[in-house]
Design a protein around this ligand. Sequence first.
Ligand SMILES: [Zn+2]
Ligand SMILES: [Zn+2]
Length: 267
Amino acid sequence: MTIEPFEIYAIRYAHLGGRHASENFVLADPHEYASDLDYFVWVLRRSDGDLVVDTGFAEEAALRRGRELLRSPAEALRLLGMDPGAVTDIILTHLHYDHAGNLDQFPRARFHIQDREVAYATGRSMCHGPLRAPFDLGDVLHMVRHVYAGRAVFHDGDVEIVPGLNLHRVGGHSAGLQILRVWTRRGWVVLASDASHLYDHFRQNRVFPVVYNVGDMLEGYRLLYRLADSPSHIVPGHDPLVMRYYPAARPELEGIIVRLDCAPTES
Ligand SMILES: [Zn+2]
Ligand SMILES: [Zn+2]
């Protein structure tokens, strides 16, 4: 049986500049400047429907946390001809504020999430300020409401959603972080989300300072290599280089949406 490949779109919705190396890497020189961060949501497209991966954050969180919101993630879906009100399935890689905001903007969606992520975001680890910091309580409460409304789809570890799309729990950065292995016309692409913020993290075995378990984070890099057809099939979650390496979905979407199922020009 041949599996129909997915198209993968990365929508850049926010940006953060002026970062010092110590904000991107544990044990880095605090005086050295380092890569900016871009913020993405992703769309997987196939003839049997579109799936959305993560939901980004909204203006309030952007202002409070000093991030530059470029566009509403939900509204940006319209650039791909999608209606956020009609989205049926959303995969949440984890519940950090920049991946799981805007949960009220998808009234028909079911939310795919790891058991451990919801347990983590609502359990004893949240008694600790540094672990709590990347979550926004409003988002977590929204997710719990979706659980009570029967709109959560829980997964425990590795699972095939449909042929050509698998989720794998990594942990590391957040206890229930999951990554995606997606079948495309160029082979198996891995959307790493925050399992690797930047190319430098998985390539150089460096640790992002927002971390729950360093060992799991480093094991996660090995998993990326194992699941992807080649290193150039691994897509980090926050690297501005993604916008440079991959082609725009359409010429007028330059700098906004790129196609990850196309081969990168560099990697
Ligand atoms: Zn995160
Ligand atoms: Zn993130």
